[in-house]
Design a protein around this ligand. Structure first.
Ligand code: GLN
Length: 245
């Protein structure tokens, strides 16, 4: 089996170890004999439907988001079609915000997004930094842990996109309504840097499984891996979140 991963704007949107998610995808597939090919989707890349099985985009600062946002519009239609076909995508922070309707910066600049998630993001005075623990209904076990650092407050607007989870510790989408992240079909958005996948192997496998199922149009049972170190890493991160929160 083979997976083709499209990595959105790796040079512009890649902070707090987000690139590690790509390494995690690759390694977990390699351990199972699944071949992985990663292609950078940078500014000017002409994205075609059907080219990729899985998409990933990381976080970045407002300045980089402004550059990316313009280019992302040229990829909007293809990304939406792929999302509707059930293709999995993982978007973190800067990319997550641009997958919503818009991001209004602290300079009151309204950066248009691609409205894949029905949500808006507005910069605030409060920078939300620290380890974050959430509880999700999407996968089991239900805890997901990461590191957040954002000023943007994100609000999900209607029933088309659901929150990824409920905040147990940390700020999440906006520090008020206890929601974190968004889900539309198999497209996930969240504020969890870290990188998030190595210490949340169930989340990595959820995305890999979905990508293979959509590609090969059959039920896939991923080979079980020894994730004892990964779960230890998660436990440590959760403990740290409780200590610092
Ligand atoms: N510029 C955005 C914010 O601060 C995104 C930051 C990030 O990707 N970590 O809200």
């Amino acid at each position: 089996m083979k997976l083709k991963i499209g990595y959105l704007y790796p040079k512009l949107l890649n902070i707090y170890g987000d690139r590690g998610n790509i390494t995690c995808f690759k390694q977990r597939c390699l351990w199972r004999g699944i071949h992985v090919e990663v292609t950078d989707i940078s500014i000017g890349y002409s994205l075609k439907e059907g080219e990729f099985d899985l998409f990933f985009g990381g976080g970045g600062q407002d300045k980089q988001q402004l550059i990316v946002a313009k280019d992302l519009q040229t990829k909007k239609e293809v990304l939406k079609k792929e999302a509707d076909k059930g293709k999995p995508m993982l978007t973190i922070c800067g990319t997550y915000q641009l997958f919503g309707r818009f991001f209004k910066t602290s300079k009151k600049e309204k950066i248009p997004g691609i409205s894949l998630f029905d949500m808006i993001t507005i910069a605030s005075e409060q920078r939300k930094i620290g380890n974050i623990v959430i509880k999700t209904k999407l996968i089991k076990p239900s805890l997901i842990v990461g590191f957040e650092n954002h000023s943007g407050n994100t609000f999900i607007k209607d029933g088309l996109s659901q929150p990824l989870g409920r905040v147990i510790k940390g700020f999440g989408n906006n520090g008020r309504d206890k929601t974190e992240g968004a889900v539309y079909k198999n497209v996930l958005g969240c504020y969890l840097h870290g990188p998030v996948l190595p210490k949340n192997p169930h989340l990595a496998d959820f995305l890999i499984k979905k990508a293979l199922e959509v590609k090969y149009q059959k039920k896939i049972n991923l080979k079980k891996l020894d994730d004892s170190l990964e779960w230890q890493a998660q436990e440590k991160a959760v403990q740290r979140a409780y200590k610092t929160g």
